[in-house]
Design a protein around this ligand. Sequence first.
Ligand code: UDX
Length: 440
Amino acid sequence: MNITIIGTGYVGLVSGTCFAEFGVNVICVDKDLKKIKNLRNGIIPIYEPGLNELVKKNISQKRLSFETDLKKSLKNTSAIFIAVGTPSKKSDGHADLSYVYEVAEEIARNLKEYAVVVNKSTVPVGTGQKVYDIIKKINPKLDFDVASNPEFLREGSAINDFMRPDRVVIGCKSEKAKNILRELYRPLYLLETPIIFTQRETAELIKYAANSFLAAKITFINEVSDLCEKVGANVSDVSIGIGLDGRIGKKFLHPGPGYGGSCFPKDTLAMVRTAQEAKSPLGLIEHVVKSNNERKKRMHKRVLSAVAKIKEKKIISILGLTFKPNTDDMRDSPSLDIIPALLKNNCFLKVFDPEGMNEAKLCFKDYSKKIKWCKDSYEACEDSNALVILTEWNQFRALDLKRLKKKLKTPIIIDLRNIYNPTELKNMGFEYYSLGRSIV
Ligand code: UDX
C-alpha cells in the first residue's frame, strides 16, 4: 500500500516513519525544501528517542521518502494524511486551521484518483466536514472520502505510542475508506489493539476530550498538592491511594509546576472555545485552563521564599528547561514563566537541560546576560544559593547529592517534580522544598 503524509512535523514524521516500519510505502511531503533535503539525508529536525534510527532504516529500505512536490506524491496513493500544525490563534484561542484548509485545496487540485483524505492533525469538531466541502467544491467530480484519525502520541515516547497504542480511533462513514484504514493498521491486529470506528465528529471530539481529561487530571492533583501543604498531608501517598482505584488509575497523578507542551494548552483552549460556541460550555475545562496558567505564573514565588534570607545577589541553578523529559520541546514549558519571573526579581541563573539548551537559548535570547548556560548539572550548581529541579529528566533523579552539597553555596533544593525523598534530603542537611509533602 502507498500513502502520503502531508506535514513533516512531530506528528507527520513519526506517523509516516512508523507506517513505513509497518511495511507501507510512505511519501512525506513538506513545503520546506531545506527540511526535506535534511530528512533525505537522515537529519531529523526534532529530538524524539529512536526516531533517527527508524527514519534512516526505512529510507535505506526504500519504504520512506521525502518530497516537496505534492502532485507527484499523490500518484497511486490510497490514503493522504493531513498532519500539519493547528496552533492556537493568539486572538481567541481557537485552533488556526488555515494550514489544514490550504492542504485540502492543494489535494483537490492535484488528486486524480480515489483516495481517503485523513485528518491526523488535532482539529476541532466539524473540520472533517469542512475539508470534505473544500475538496468537493474545487473538484466536484473527484471520488474521495474524508476520515478523522487522531493521534495520541506523547513526546518522548511517540514511537512506542504509535506502535503499541491503547486504541486506534477512526471517524468515517464510507466502507471503502474503512477498508483502506483497516488494512493500514493491520499490523496492530497482532497486538489485538482495539480499533474504534465512529463518525468523524465523534473521532474529532474523542481527541479533545482525551487531552482535556488528562489536563484536568493533572490540574486536580496539582490543586490537591496545594491542599496537602495546608493540612499536612502527603500528595504522593494521596496519588497512590486514589490511583489504585481502577476507576481512577495511577497515571497522570504527579504534581508539578503546571502542564505545558504543544498539545494540552492548545487543545484545552480549543475545546473550551468549541463548547462556548456550541452554547454548551465546559466549566470544568475552563477552570483547568485558568488554574494551570496561574500555577505556572506563581511557581517562582516558591523559589524566592526559599532564598528570602539570602541577602547578597541570589544565584539560582535550574535543572530542566523543556516541558517534560526526553524532548527538546520548550513549547508552553513552565520554565518560560519561571525564568523571566526570577530574573525580574534580580536573580542570576545558571541553567542546564540535557536536550533543550539550543531551543531554550532561542526562547531566552533577550535575557542572555543574566543566564549562564552550563554543560552539566554540577557546573550549574557551582556556588549557587539554591537548586531548582524543573523537569524530571532521569539523570536528575540520580544526582551525586554529596557532591552537589559541596558545590552549592547554600544547600537549598526546590524540587518541583518531587523526584527526591524529603526525609532523606533533610537527613543529608539540605533545606529541601517540594510539592505537597511536608518533611516528617
Ligand atoms: C499529550 C498527551 O499525553 C498525548 O496523548 C497527546 O497526543 C499529546 O499531548 P505530551 O504533551 O507529549 O502528550 O506530554 P504528556 O506526557 O502528556 O505531558 C503533558 C504535560 O503534563 C507535561 O508538561 C508534563 O510535565 C505534565 N504532566 C504529565 C504532569 O505535570 N503530571 C503528570 O502526572 C503527567
